[in-house]
Design a protein around this ligand. Structure first.
Ligand SMILES: [Zn+2]
Length: 193
C-alpha cells in the first residue's frame, strides 16, 4: 500500500465554477472512483471525460461513465499501442463508441517520442497512422469528437488529419505545439485543450 498522503483538494478559484475536465484517466488512479468524484466536485469540477488508453481500460472508462452521471468516456487505443488494434479490438471499440455515455473517440493520434525512446514497446509511426485513420472514420461514423494525442509529430499529424474523415469536433488534447500549428488548427476549426 502506498504511504503517500493524498494531495489536498484544491479550492475552486472564484468565478470558475462548473468546470469540465475534458481529459483524465480515472482508471489509472488508485483511489475509488466515488472518492475521486467527491474531490473533483469539491474542487469546482462538475464533469469529467475519462479516457481509456487500451481496450480493457476503455471498457473500464465506459463502465465508470455508465455508473456515474458526472463521468463521460472517451474510448480508443492509444497511439503507442496502435499495434493492438486488431479485428476484435475494432469491433469492441465500435460498440463502445456508439454508447450514449461515450462522447469521444480517443485518445488516438501520433507519438514520435516513444518511437525514439522505447521503440521495442511502441507501435511504428506507420501503424499509428493507420490506427488514427481508422479511429477518425469511427468518430465520423458515430458522430463523436475525435480526441487527439500528439507528441513530436506535428507535420504528420496535421497532414493526416487533413486527409481523414471529419469528425464533428477534433480536439487536440494537451496541446504543446508551436504557434503556427495552433493557428492552422484553429483555422481548421479544431479545439485546443
Ligand atoms: Zn491521456
Amino acid at each position: 500500500m502506498s504511504k503517500k498522503k493524498p494531495r489536498p483538494t484544491p479550492v475552486p478559484a472564484e468565478g470558475l465554477s462548473g468546470m469540465i475536465d475534458a481529459h483524465t484517466h480515472l482508471t489509472s488512479c488508485k483511489d475509488e472512483i466515488s472518492s475521486l468524484l467527491d474531490r473533483f466536485v469539491a474542487a469546482g469540477v462538475e464533469r469529467v471525460c475519462t479516457v481509456g488508453d487500451g481496450i480493457d481500460e476503455a471498457e473500464l472508462a465506459l463502465q465508470a461513465a455508465q455508473a456515474h452521471d458526472r463521468i463521460f468516456a472517451a474510448c480508443a487505443i492509444h497511439p503507442t499501442k496502435a499495434h493492438t488494434l486488431d479485428d476484435e479490438a475494432k469491433s469492441r471499440l465500435k460498440a463502445m463508441a456508439a454508447d450514449p455515455r461515450c462522447v469521444a473517440v480517443g485518445e488516438t493520434g501520433l507519438d514520435d517520442y516513444w518511437t525514439q525512446h522505447a521503440p521495442e514497446d511502441t507501435a511504428s509511426l506507420e501503424v499509428q497512422e493507420q490506427a488514427l485513420r481508422w479511429h477518425a472514420d469511427l468518430a465520423a461514423e458515430v458522430n463523436r469528437t475525435l480526441m487527439i494525442h500528439n507528441r513530436e509529430a506535428d507535420a504528420d499529424l496535421m497532414r493526416v488529419l487533413g486527409e481523414c474523415a471529419q469528425a464533428p469536433n477534433i480536439m487536440l488534447h494537451c496541446f504543446s505545439s508551436p504557434l503556427n500549428v495552433a493557428k492552422e488548427a484553429l483555422n481548421r476549426g479544431y479545439i485546443l485543450s
